[in-house]
Ligand binder design. Structure first.
Ligand code: SER
Length: 315
């Protein structure tokens, strides 16, 4: 098979697990991982790795040509909380990296792109419950503005230049293998680590802040699922709503207390509260389910069981 895949941002929370899964599915030497820094041993030893700055067009082009890449998964990004601190850096990384891969596809140097969008494309004026695929979108964060703009450009490149770009709006993602960095939904990962280590967690979101969330295995299935779907089934070329579960800090605490009854939580909301308050509480993802057969597997209870079982091995 001719398929050769490049993952940009391979050492991040999603990239790490995406590389593992893709190397299981395809021959490992055809799955090239890349990041601005080296990965862990498992990443470096399981297949080819390249140091790559996602904002450097020539460097990406060089790797694409050398490895005869056909598909790119662009997972490098600055997330919501960090981008509020470094607005111009966030904008430049998120937009320039996207233009780099879109332009490589426009010039027919690659065939297919995966680019992640986010629930951050929605804003305070968006309906919060069962948020539709098409609705008011006035994002109020730098990250959200970059993802909303990116979605418009993806659709534009598809319509004007026939670029086969595919995208989903990830909710908050929870995993035990690699920590997330700089996001507003990161509390839902950190809480498991702190529960096991200290028996206590101080949440930067208040008890009732309900957000859409998903276990990483579901997110990886969705990502590979949309990339493997026949082109005509991918009808939306901006980005698809995607959902699995919704919970708030109180709800995840209760699910952890089933395993660790003495676990305690306190609330000290910071600037991330306003970001979370601007996002939906639940998402209508029926078009992804109808168009390319998306379905989720993991509930909050199942996810908590897996998180506790795996993370407790570290303590
Ligand atoms: N999880 C991301 C964040 O919190 C949203 O896409 O920034």
């Amino acid at each position: 098979m001719k398929k050769r895949i490049l993952i940009i941002g391979a050492c991040g929370q999603i990239g790490t697990e995406l590389v593992t899964r893709l190397r299981e599915l395809y021959e490992p030497h055809k799955v090239i991982a890349s990041d601005i820094r080296e990965g862990d041993e498992a990443m470096m030893e399981s297949g080819p790795f390249e140091i790559l700055d996602a904002t450097d067009y020539d460097a990406i082009e060089d790797i694409v040509i050398r490895h005869e890449i056909t598909e790119v998964y662009l997972m490098a990004a600055m997330l919501s909380a960090t981008a509020e601190r470094f607005p111009m850096k966030g904008w430049e990384l998120n937009m320039n990296s996207l233009f780099n891969v879109l332009n490589l596809a426009k010039e027919k140097k690659i065939d297919k792109i995966f680019w992640p969008s986010s629930i951050a494309v929605f804003g305070p004026s968006t309906p919060k419950n069962n948020t539709p695929q098409r609705t008011i979108m006035e994002p109020s964060t730098v990250y959200g503005i970059s993802k909303q703009t990116g979605e418009r450009w993806c659709e534009y490149y598809f319509k004007q230049y026939g670029v086969d770009v595919r995208s989903i709006r990830y909710p908050g993602l929870i995993s035990y293998k690699t920590l997330p960095g700089g996001g507003t939904t990161d509390y839902a990962v950190d809480i498991y680590h702190k529960a096991l280590k200290h028996g206590k967690y101080i949440s930067f979101l208040n008890a009732e802040t309900t957000l859409p969330m998903m276990f990483m295995d579901d997110a990886i299935n969705a990502t590979i699922g949309i990339m493997e779907a026949p082109s005509e089934k991918v009808k939306i070329r901006s980005s698809y709503n995607l959902a699995a579960m919704s919970f708030n800090p109180e709800g995840i605490t209760a699910s952890i207390q089933k395993y660790l009854p003495d676990f305690e939580i306190d609330y000290e909301p910071d600037f991330r509260q306003a970001i979370a308050d601007s996002w939906p509480q639940s998402i209508d993802d029926s078009e992804a389910r109808e168009d390319w057969g998306w379905h989720h597997q993991f509930t909050l209870a199942e996810m908590t069981k897996i998180m506790i079982e795996n993370l407790s091995q570290n303590f």
